[in-house]
Design a binder for this molecule. Structure first.
Ligand SMILES: [Zn+2]
Length: 205
């Protein structure tokens, strides 16, 4: 199976009025066809990278491709090429990719703002994603069970998981320790700044 490669699409065929055929010398018998060659992945066009063209004479049926154009045809063909708008859809995969990146950036920024707001005003039930101690790849959870002024009481999840979004897997009541401990909001802030606390979730009931 081929997942990537390139394809060509026919863009336009135009006459070349007033240009004499280099082979049979007839005029007004030449036509040029323009193509766009584009890279694709899974048949989604990514970007165009060349504009091959071919010319043919309807009188003598001689034809010439991109690589072997007679000198007399080069200037008129270049003019047609410049006059032809190449199809924008050959960029559609790249456009989708950029949209996706933009969306991810917007979603990331919103999540950061949300995390900061949740951390500044903790609620019972908030769940903090934290890195396991001395272990970059593993994550666990802290759950807020009480808020008293500048401190929050949390219970630690007793499991770690090699996934930076552990909440789906670990957020079950029986997976948390029974014993709570206190953290100040200042400590939470420091944990967030150091990248030890990576996410805050407030689950809606
Ligand atoms: Zn001809």
């Amino acid at each position: 199976m081929i997942f990537y490669g390139y394809k060509g699409t026919h863009v336009r065929t135009a006459p070349l009025p007033g240009v004499a055929c280099p082979f049979c010398a007839a005029t007004d018998t030449l036509h040029v066809s323009l193509f766009s060659r584009y890279a694709h992945v899974y048949y989604i066009p990514l970007f165009p990278f060349s504009k091959p063209l071919a010319a043919a004479c309807t009188s003598c049926h001689m034809s010439w491709d991109n690589k072997a154009l007679p000198a007399a045809l080069q200037a008129p063909l270049r003019a047609v090429k410049q006059d032809t708008r190449m199809p924008l859809w050959t960029w559609s995969g790249t456009a989708l990719l950029l949209l996706g990146l933009g969306w991810a950036a917007v979603a990331g920024a919103r999540n950061d703002r949300e995390n900061n707001a949740f951390l500044a005003a903790p609620h019972v039930g908030d769940i903090y994603t934290v890195r396991a101690k001395d272990d970059d790849k593993n994550y666990s959870l802290l759950k807020v069970v009480g808020v008293k002024g500048p401190t929050v009481d949390v219970v630690a999840n007793e499991y770690v998981i090699n996934n930076n979004h552990p909440i789906d897997e670990l957020n079950a009541p029986n997976k948390y320790s029974k014993e709570s401990f206190s953290l100040s909001r200042f400590e939470l802030q420091i944990m967030q700044n150091k990248g030890q606390l990576t996410d805050v979730d407030r689950l809606e009931d």
